[in-house]
Design a protein around this ligand. Structure first.
Ligand SMILES: [Zn+2]
Length: 160
């Protein structure tokens, strides 16, 4: 038999919305318009395709783990595909039973070609918001002034 292991206190996990005091809806909205999901700062892109490493206001490190931006590619693909599908369904619904006009194919191809480029910045910030909602912030990921609840920091002092 092995000796009983000492009991470890389970780590308290606090959702990001509680950590930051920001609702999930607000974080997703900030992400959708290309802002920092933590503080809402809009100046996080130096050019259309180049994002700063850390938010200048709240110092959120956007690339939280290696391969983080694969999620942004996924978000971009899902949103653009959904937009194409919705447009196709709407046009089909309006014109039924007439066939879909040739210009519609050109519009769909234009969305497929330019949509991902136009949506690129928002796809990154939206993915960052989704990722933050799925994985709470760790110590040091963001300026402590933006963290309202941190169980490690806010632990009650020991009585002696
Ligand atoms: Zn920020």
């Amino acid at each position: 038999m092995t000796a009983p292991q000492p009991r470890r206190k389970p780590k308290v996990v606090v959702p990001t919305t509680v950590q930051l005091g920001v609702s999930s809806r607000r974080m997703l909205l900030r992400g959708t318009i290309g802002s920092c999901p933590v503080c809402g700062n809009r100046h996080i892109f130096s050019r259309w395709f180049s994002m700063v490493e850390r938010c200048p206001r709240c110092s959120l490190h956007f690339e939280r783990v290696e391969g983080h931006w694969i999620g942004a590619i996924g978000v971009n693909t899902v949103v653009i595909t959904a937009a194409m599908l919705l447009l196709l369904m709407a046009v089909t619904f309006v014109l039924f039973p007439d066939p879909i006009p040739q210009v519609m194919i050109a519009v769909e191809l234009a969305i497929a070609g330019f949509g991902p480029l136009l949506f690129f910045p928002a796809s990154r910030t939206l993915w960052s918001a989704i990722d933050l909602l799925m994985r709470p912030l760790n110590f040091g990921e963001v300026d402590p002034r933006f963290v309202l609840v941190d169980p490690d920091r806010d632990r009650a002092p020991k009585r002696s």
